[in-house]
Design a protein around this ligand. Structure first.
Ligand SMILES: Cc1cc2nc3c(=O)[nH]c(=O)nc-3n(C[C@H](O)[C@H](O)[C@H](O)COP(=O)(O)OP(=O)(O)OC[C@H]3O[C@@H](n4cnc5c(N)ncnc54)[C@H](O)[C@@H]3O)c2cc1C
Length: 446
């Protein structure tokens, strides 16, 4: 292998096993195998050469952003080189006239959002990992987050994508305008493709004016099932929360008992965080209408009185995933979706399944993080049955087995088994057309 990568231009190459070790995992429960090398490209000639050598020598290229993924998408499979985009050059540039922002894949999402905000503009995608993930990773996974229930997912905010394809060249798909209809969109095909069609090196994103008002509410409830019809009732009554998150009683109890200071004060048997960000959402008339709709549930409602309180509420929500992982390192975390009108049916079905699990997440769009905390202590065959039961339940209710984390390696078997065969055939045909030598992220997704 040494020969294969010798003299690679514009790149840092790591080969020492101790340097490769950190690249074996992401934030999922999946562990990869030792890659042949890790390459950090700094220019197009590195990518061109990598593609040429990958084809000639028969090794795969595994794209990697910040490694915060939860599906094992960036972990190396056999005979692969990890392509870590963290040194890919480029600046973040905002165009207030076009309401757009261009940035390299290496840009931390945190910096992308801050650059927009500095000009009074807003890039909505907000995965709870927004302070640590890279823009390229969010594009490749079509990341969602709390405010997807109002603003949609990453793909709804991408105007153009710059991507390396199997010819070794970087191509641009899309323009700096929301109107672009010259044939099917290859750019959109790359969003959410988890690196199996090519490698994203940059993008032009859509922006919108920054919301100036936020009404952030803590809604504690005694019977947590009372929350289940609320997302649908709010929408039907014309309210569109910019976030509607929840913790079931078990997650809330654990946060209260072992979480940080702010978590220990959280009220209720179960708890929802509701946020609105439209103009007028802090006006009395808006809040009165909301109280009417909530009825007796509103008894213990708390409104964040200032930005400091708002941030404290969100800090607890955003640390929940890492907190549970630290306490239960062997857990498996799923992210199924059901339409919000089927939430009650989902939890009834989950009860019947009898799998020991706790749930929190994005109730507002039906995207639930179902965590099997003792997965590592469960017989593997039983665990597989429990997970398949969970996925089937979501599918039977018109949902899907992943709302935001993607398929990667973690859910590949279930995805291939449970999907419509025509869907898989079509995806594989696209893969063969775009990547005939199978060099991009081999063994993942399809
Ligand atoms: C605490 C925590 C909270 C999270 N909350 C959310 C959430 O609310 N919503 C959500 O959607 N996700 C969430 N995630 C998951 C994760 O952060 C997102 O999937 C994120 O988009 C991954 O970005 P990354 O840069 O870390 O990508 P990586 O983990 O490095 O890679 C993810 C996938 O994208 C591919 N990829 C990466 N970069 C490129 C590229 N440039 N070109 C082509 N393919 C590429 C990889 O091969 C892999 O398949 C969370 C993770 C953690 C740890």
């Amino acid at each position: 292998m040494d020969d294969f990568l010798t003299g690679l231009p514009e790149a840092t190459v790591l080969r020492d096993p101790s340097d490769l070790e950190p690249f074996l995992r992401d934030e999922s429960h999946v562990r990869g195998v030792l890659p042949l090398a890790v390459v950090k490209p700094r220019g197009p000639s590195a990518l061109r050469e990598l593609v040429r050598r990958a084809k000639a020598e028969g090794f795969g290229l595994v794209p990697r952003g910040a490694g915060t993924g939860k599906a094992g998408g960036c972990v190396p499979t056999a005979r692969t080189v990890v392509v870590d985009l963290s040194q890919w050059p480029g600046d973040i540039a905002v165009s207030a006239q076009d309401l757009s922002l261009s940035a390299p894949a290496s840009a931390p999402l945190r910096d992308v959002k801050a650059a927009a905000e500095a000009q009074g503009l807003f890039y909505p995608p907000d995965p709870n990992s927004w302070e640590s993930c890279a823009l390229g990773g969010t594009l490749a996974t079509n990341a969602g987050g709390p405010n997807a229930c109002k603003y949609g997912m990453t793909r709804h905010w991408v105007l153009a994508v710059d991507a390396l394809l199997e010819d070794g060249e970087i191509h641009r798909f899309g323009i700096s305008s929301v109107k672009a209809n010259a044939g099917p969109s290859l750019g959109q095909l790359l969003i959410g493709s988890e690196g199996v069609f090519g490698l994203i090196v940059g993008a032009t994103l859509r922006l919108t004016p920054l919301p100036r008002e936020h009404a952030t509410l803590l809604l504690p409830v005694r019977r947590w099932e009372d929350l289940l019809d609320l997302p649908g009732r709010l929408c039907a009554a014309g309210y569109q929360p910019s976030a509607f998150e929840f913790f079931d009683p078990a997650v809330l109890a654990e946060l209260r008992a072992h979480g940080p200071e702010e978590a220990r004060r959280l009220p209720g048997e179960a708890l929802a965080i509701l946020e609105f960000d439209e103009r007028g959402c802090t006006a009395e008339s808006f809040l009165e209408g909301l109280l009417d709709l909530l009825g007796p549930m509103a008894e213990s409602l708390e409104l964040a009185s200032d930005e400091r309180q708002r941030k404290a509420i969100w800090a607890v929500r955003r640390m929940t995933s890492a907190f549970l992982k630290e306490r239960h390192p062997g857990k498996v975390s799923e992210d199924i979706v059901v339409p919000r009108s089927r939430l009650r049916a989902f939890f009834e079905g989950l009860g019947r399944l009898g799998a020991p699990c706790v749930t929190y997440g994005h109730l507002g769009d039906g995207n639930l993080h179902v965590n099997l905390l003792a997965a590592d202590k469960t017989d593997p065959a039983l665990l597989e049955r429990q997970l398949n039961g969970l996925f089937r339940l979501a599918l039977d209710l018109g949902g899907t087995l992943s709302g935001e984390h993607g398929i990667g390696l973690a859910k590949r078997e279930a995805f291939l088994t449970l999907s419509d065969p025509a869907h898989i055939r079509a995806l594989r045909a696209v893969k063969r057309a775009l990547d005939p030598c199978g060099i991009f992220n081999p063994g993942k997704v399809i």
